[in-house]
Design a protein around this ligand. Structure first.
Ligand SMILES: [Fe+2]
Ligand SMILES: [Fe+2]
Length: 188
């Protein structure tokens, strides 16, 4: 497919499973890029880690707030273990993410933790795509999955605009601090 081309399916019609699967593809692409970096590519590693963390946290929050509870109620006891297992896997992913944030980006340790995160996400996404999502398709029905898709899209937009506002505030505060330093110097 040429880059920049779009699927013929209108974006607004994608159901919950399609949206969550699209998120998986994006995070996997970013993790593969991180895995290919060398210890010397510190700026690239920092940029990728920020993107990966933002995408993973937003995705996990969307699943935990919107998709998982409906899935748990729909399957009741028959496949409830996947719900609990998935929550534990999100928890593990959070731990590795926070360790990655504490590791030196130019270290082999960082590379190793990045690989562990990639393996964890590969396993988790595969379990969702091959076990949880097919089961959800069976028990939830197309209308419910489309409605959940709308809820996911709306919530994601809210989370993204919250992130943008925070980023703008941080940038504004940094700018003010530079201005005040420059002001102090010129007044001296
Ligand atoms: Fe998940
Ligand atoms: Fe997922």
């Amino acid at each position: 497919m040429p880059s920049g081309s779009r699927s013929s399916k209108p974006a607004g019609r994608a159901d919950a499973i399609s949206l969550l699967t699209q998120d998986h593809r994006k995070v996997k692409r970013l993790l593969n890029s991180l895995d290919r970096t060398t210890d010397r590519a510190t700026n690239r590693r920092e940029t990728l880690l920020k993107q990966i963390e933002t995408e993973i946290k937003m995705h996990s929050q969307l699943e935990e707030e919107i998709f998982y509870p409906v899935y748990r109620d729909a399957v009741r006891k028959s496949d409830g273990h996947l719900y609990y297992e998935s929550l534990e896997e999100h928890h593990l992913v959070d731990i590795v993410l926070s360790e990655l944030n504490s590791a030196k980006v130019n270290s082999e340790e960082f590379g190793a933790k990045g690989k562990v995160l990639k393996d964890l996400i590969d396993h988790h996404a595969e379990e969702e795509e091959t076990e949880m999502f097919p089961k959800a398709r069976k028990v939830m029905g197309a209308d419910q999955l489309r409605e959940l898709g709308n809820q996911l899209r709306e919530r994601k937009q809210t989370l993204q605009s919250g992130l943008l506002t925070r980023a703008a505030r941080t940038a504004g505060a940094a700018f003010d601090s530079v201005l005040s330093k420059v002001g102090r110097k010129s007044a001296a």
